[in-house]
Write a protein that binds this ligand. Structure first.
Ligand code: AMP
Ligand code: GLY
Length: 422
């Protein structure tokens, strides 16, 4: 089989490494991939949003199955375009990807179908938004409607900050057209859990839970990033909570999307907050999380490609989706200065052998040398018999990877360990 994976990050590298385990796979193409992914797949320089070129490439290279991993091409309709020329895909079509593409859509969906989430109002004009803030409780959360590279959420601790946030989103358009509409919502508190799930629109199969570490600095200080590290499973997410989420969130969401005529197939990501009033949805993503995938897939015992194809074919209930009882930790190694200004172009030295996996995100191959090219350079993942073991091994692996200006958080998994008492 010839497989195509759209995307270029650590998440895509993890997906590709897992798909490679399937014996029927002959060639994997990554569009565009990166310098590290090139060690595991054939990278072709076509951008993830260049849908016409992706389709053209897929047809001329006789692709049997495509995986569209990032949010942008999904929201733009990459799956629809590939399906149109007869290529089956993993991922939702455009109508279903709106669950991530528009926060106004997803909030209204949750309200209509009684799915627990933060109280909110939506606004399409700035005067009404500012007026509403005068009476809303503080802190308050302001969200741009559309995709904003994971940065479209501002938590305002004062009324002044809230007004500034609305102005910068709606007036200064710091997130472009994504800020034509805003959601203003209640500030929730509690541990966060990421639950990625497979769904074929009929059944929903949650993967092992995980915890992201979004802030750039230790002890959740500093700016929000795309994610500085992950652990799985997430110890806050007990079996009892998982059962409650299935009943009050996961199944109702699948049903709601079907009722709206927007059947979702692929990976539906539930970003949850475990509040004292029960689990609530913070956000939906229409794709695998990054860097959640880098801890979830190493624990998947089943054949990823088979499971993916079952979501496409509507036969998910016929396949087994099994996870190991081990734990995993991924430490992201970034370029110092990320998520703001940072330098790139430094050579990366990887260990010859390693007890774990290295998923490359921001690196290019130049004159046969792997060099840094992005903010998040790579993720060092290790699996252990428990969380303590996985964290220790992931940091050991991290210490064997060298590049100038290497930066990582030193406390990935610390909060989780405090719950487990390990
Ligand atoms: P998002 O980009 O939607 O994942 O939001 C980024 C982060 O903002 C989340 O991971 C939460 O930590 C935080 N956040 C989003 N919505 C809320 C909310 N209603 N209350 C508290 N924190 C929130
Ligand atoms: N790690 C968060 C995300 O993928 O959106």
């Amino acid at each position: 089989m010839n497989i195509l994976v759209v995307g270029s990050g650590g998440r895509e590298h993890a997906i590709i490494k897992k798909i490679k385990e399937n014996k029927n796979v002959e060639t994997i193409y990554a569009l565009p991939g990166n310098g590290g992914i090139a060690l595991d797949a054939t990278c072709v320089n076509i951008g993830a949003k260049d849908i016409d070129k992706i389709v053209e490439f897929a047809v001329s290279n006789k692709i049997d199955y495509a995986v569209v991993a990032p949010d942008d091409p999904l929201v733009l309709g990459a799956v629809d375009a590939l399906n149109k020329v007869g290529i089956p895909c993993f991922g939702p079509n455009k109508d279903a990807a709106i669950i991530e593409g528009s926060k106004v859509f997803s909030k209204n969906l949750m309200k209509k179908y009684g799915i627990p989430t933060a109280q909110y109002e939506t606004f399409n004009n700035i005067e009404d938004a500012l007026k509403y803030l005068e009476t809303s409780p503080i802190p308050v959360v302001i969200k741009a409607d559309g995709l904003a590279l994971g940065k479209g959420v501002i938590i305002a601790m004062t009324l002044e900050e809230a007004k500034d946030a609305v102005k910068s989103i709606m007036e200064d358009k710091i997130f472009g057209a994504s800020g034509n509409n805003v959601v203003i919502e209640e500030f929730l508190e509690g541990p966060e859990v990421s639950v990625l799930s497979f769904t074929d629109g009929k059944v929903v199969v949650p993967m092992i839970s995980s915890m992201d570490h979004k802030r750039s600095g230790d002890n959740d200080t500093g700016l929000n990033t795309g994610g500085m590290g992950t652990i799985a499973p997430n110890p806050f997410y007990t079996e009892e909570i998982a059962k409650e989420c299935m009943e009050t969130i996961f199944l109702p969401t699948i049903d709601a999307m079907n009722k709206e005529g927007r059947t979702f197939k692929g990976c539906l990501y539930f970003g949850l907050m475990l509040t004292k009033n029960g689990p609530k949805v913070i956000e939906y993503n229409c794709r695998f999380g990054d860097p959640e995938t880098q801890v979830v897939l190493p624990l998947l015992k089943s054949d990823l490609l088979e499971v993916m194809m079952a979501t496409t074919n509507g036969t998910l209930s016929d396949v087994e989706v099994e996870f190991s009882s081990d734990s995993a930790c991924c430490v992201v190694l970034a370029s110092k200065g990320y998520p703001q200004k940072y330098e790139t172009g430094y050579e990366i030295t990887l260990p010859n052998t390693c007890d774990g996996e290295i998923y490359i995100a921001g690196a290019k191959m130049e004159e046969g040398k792997l060099k840094t090219s992005g903010g998040r350079v790579l993720g060092a993942t290790a699996v252990g018999k428990n969380l303590t073991d996985a964290i220790k091994k992931a940091y050991e692996l991290s210490s064997k990877i060298e590049f100038e200006n290497k930066y990582c958080r030193t406390d990935i998994g610390k909060k989780a360990l405090s719950v487990k008492g390990e």
